[in-house]
Design a protein around this ligand. Sequence first.
Ligand SMILES: [Zn+2]
Length: 128
Amino acid sequence: MPALIGLPGAARLEAVACPTSWCVVDHAVDRQVAVEDVDHYGAPAAWSVGSFLLPGVKVLELDVRLHADPSSEDPRLRDVHLVVSSDDALDAYLSPGMADAAGGLLIAQGLAMLEQARLAGGVVAAGD
Ligand SMILES: [Zn+2]
């Protein structure tokens, strides 16, 4: 797959092997200064929540996607891992094992939210 490499106005397409079946980056248009800057990202799995006080506004957003940085000095970043991003300045980088554990906790959090939603709905219906 060609990748657009170089400074603005002087970039050219170079052959860069996208090593994954999951990368969704169009490297031919995602210009990087050097071949070493080419990262690979999967499609984001996004979750967001609004507020009845702010209709149409995403108050919290979270997305998770696969990532690999083949040129990184850190072997954990060279290996396929997950990146969890939100509005926070810091992203969370998770190994597959960490992501598996975090996903389990997220499922538990979702079940707790459903339970609280049903409780709130019952309270509202009862007029308490
Ligand atoms: Zn790629």
